[in-house]
Design a protein around this ligand. Structure first.
Ligand SMILES: Cc1cc2nc3c(=O)[nH]c(=O)nc-3n(C[C@H](O)[C@H](O)[C@H](O)COP(=O)(O)OP(=O)(O)OC[C@H]3O[C@@H](n4cnc5c(N)ncnc54)[C@H](O)[C@@H]3O)c2cc1C
Length: 391
């Protein structure tokens, strides 16, 4: 059997590594091809830190060539253009075609702009390592320019950062940025007193999936560190260095970061596969795309209902990882003619940093604050690093 896995993120890489281990352990010669547009796997926990204080690339990304050495996995670097379910093949941008017996779609997500005029054109996203370094370079350039600026009004605009989206990414970025601006001001000569960070969300809570307690904690921490929080604030349009928000108000900012939501890549819907409103593949309880026996989808690009109440599972790396483990087990069972079990999501909770000294989380449903969050987060990161490098 030839298995093609699209995307070497959390879900795709885990599927490939676990399947490879099973095949080697059982001396089987089935083949696995892993496809990604990048030559590296990115560690998402480091993205907001890369965008601010700057993490050296070896800490934030892993070369897939190195990770896959001595394994029975063929890595293909290329951008997926089309999936052709009827022909059982995937076409890449450079014209290559990859036939498959089983296809695993793990293409992750893209930034969602919700048709807000100007949002895509005049803001910076933060989903990938490349976007993180671009944001960091932009912030440094703004601070350098502000240090040379004689007009105080213009200087303040250059030193204002507006972060749209008070979910995990927005809060983690706001916390890290608030900690970085002291040294950035010193290094560039920009006046620290003119630095502003605004965090905006249309909801009445930050981190709304946690509930009120987490929003209160995040607002408390941000208040101490000089981040202005604007809740119930919908963005109506984005112009160069300017946000128009609900109530006719205007916010001028030299840096506008858009982290207000995600959607699945359009490749999935374009292939004629069933999708929900956010373009995510609709799968059954075996993560098989509805109506397509040979195609599975998992991670951020699939909509998977929680067993308990039918609500969709959150898009997090921990779910993506476990779905990757499950996927490898299921495909291996199919290869060996064994029965498959359905996917049962394990609710482990989430951990969110609010800068280098604070955080909120609900591991196993238990609310926690402060340093314990950061310690747990670090532990999970180390465990993850070890799990992808171990043979
Ligand atoms: C800034 C930020 C911080 C986060 N922090 C956390 C956290 O602390 N904990 C947590 O649990 N979750 C976190 N998340 C969420 C987490 O990143 C995602 O849920 C997780 O990465 C989903 O895994 P995935 O495998 O579905 O997709 P991804 O990890 O995004 O992988 C998708 C892969 O597909 C590739 N790809 C996409 N399109 C194509 C194409 N056309 N052709 C070829 N390759 C393609 C990409 O290059 C990528 O390698 C964070 C997200 C962001 C944006």
């Amino acid at each position: 059997m030839h298995v093609v896995i699209l995307g070497a993120g959390y879900a795709g890489l885990r599927t490939a590594l676990n399947l490879d281990r099973q095949l080697r352990e059982h001396g089987m010669d089935d083949t696995v091809t892993l496809v990604d547009q990048n030559s590296y796997h990115q560690l998402i926990q480091k993205i907001h830190v890369t965008a601010t204080s700057g993490v050296h690339s070896p800490e934030a990304i892993y070369s897939l060539g190195h990770l896959l050495v001595n394994r029975q996995i063929t890595f293909v670097q290329g951008r997926v253009r089309t999936i052709a379910p009827l022909d059982r093949e995937v076409l890449l941008d450079d014209g290559r075609s990859l036939p498959y017996d089983r296809l695993v779609i793990a293409l992750g997500s893209e930034t969602a702009y919700y048709n807000v005029p100007g949002a895509r054109e005049h803001s910076l996203p933060l989903r990938t390592y490349v976007e993180a370094t671009r944001l960091r370079d932009h912030l440094i350039a703004q601070f350098n320019a502000a240090a040379q600026e004689s007009d105080p009004k213009q200087q303040r605009i250059m030193l204002t950062t507006a972060i749209v989206g008070g979910g995990c990414t927005g809060c983690e970025l706001a916390g890290e940025l608030a900690a970085w601006v002291d040294s950035l001001s010193k290094e560039t000569g920009a006046p620290r007193s003119e630095v502003r960070i605004a965090l905006l969300d249309r909801n009445k809570l930050l981190l709304k999936q946690f509930g009120q307690w987490a929003s209160r904690e995040a607002e408390r921490v941000f208040d101490i560190h000089g981040v202005s929080v604007y809740l119930h604030t919908a963005i109506e349009s984005v112009e160069p260095q300017m946000l128009r928000v609900s109530g006719g108000r205007v916010l001028r900012a030299g840096t506008i970061v858009w982290v207000a939501g995600i959607r699945a890549p359009s490749i999935i819907a374009d292939a004629g596969l069933p999708v929900n409103g956010a373009g995510k593949a609709v799968v059954d309880s075996y993560l098989r795309v509805n109506g397509h026996d040979a195609i599975f989808a998992l991670g951020d690009c699939a909509t998977i209902a929680a067993e308990s109440d039918g609500s969709p599972l959150p898009s997090t790396a921990s779910y993506a990882l476990r779905q990757g483990e499950y996927m490898a087990e299921t495909i291996f069972a199919e290869m060996t003619g064994k029965a498959t079990r359905s996917y049962e999501p394990l609710k482990l909770g989430e951990l969110v940093s609010l800068g280098p000294d604070n955080g909120v989380g609900n591991p196993l449903g238990m609310p926690i604050l402060g340093h314990p969050v950061l310690i747990l987060k670090k532990g999970i990161e180390q465990y993850y690093r070890a799990s992808i490098t171990a043979l």
